[in-house]
Ligand binder design. Sequence first.
Ligand SMILES: [Zn+2]
Ligand SMILES: [Zn+2]
Length: 184
Amino acid sequence: MSDTFVLSLQSLGREIGSLQEHSLQIRPIAEWSTEVAQWLDQDFPIRVELQSLTDGVLVSVAGELGWTALCSRCAEEVRGSTPLNAQDVFFYPDSPVVTEAEEDEEFYLIENDSIDLEPFVRDELILGLPTLPLCSPDCEGLCDVCGEPWAKLPEDHAHEEIDPRWSALAVFAEKLDSSEEMNK
Ligand SMILES: [Zn+2]
Ligand SMILES: [Zn+2]
């Protein structure tokens, strides 16, 4: 747990309707990233609004977090950002909503008169990374033969087609060439 995600509720108080706004800097946690895309390891500003309710505190967060990934077709770096806009209630552990809940129900809880935004932000961002990142929507990927990105190749780029029956012979010829080199 990182302390930058923890907000004290002491100054908000428990008077219903009491409102507060905070500006925070949060740094995405490495575990939130996937193999396909990674959150940038830097601070991002977010706005947090707190509103005191009978059973807890209504928490709204707003911001935008950046990520980096490799294009799934051509492997060029892609950068993007995902908005973070979420609202949920953090409950007091002694509120009836929590004490009378079914066992498998889960809540964000207020602990030690403070809230930990980390699990909340993580839950919101977990689906915020691309699963098939693209450098551009019409990325043509890589040439099958030489593996160069089509975007960097001339329009008339092509390879001489070698009949598979002849390709073994081509390899043989190459070997012959190199052994001749060695004999020189
Ligand atoms: Zn691409
Ligand atoms: Zn090629």
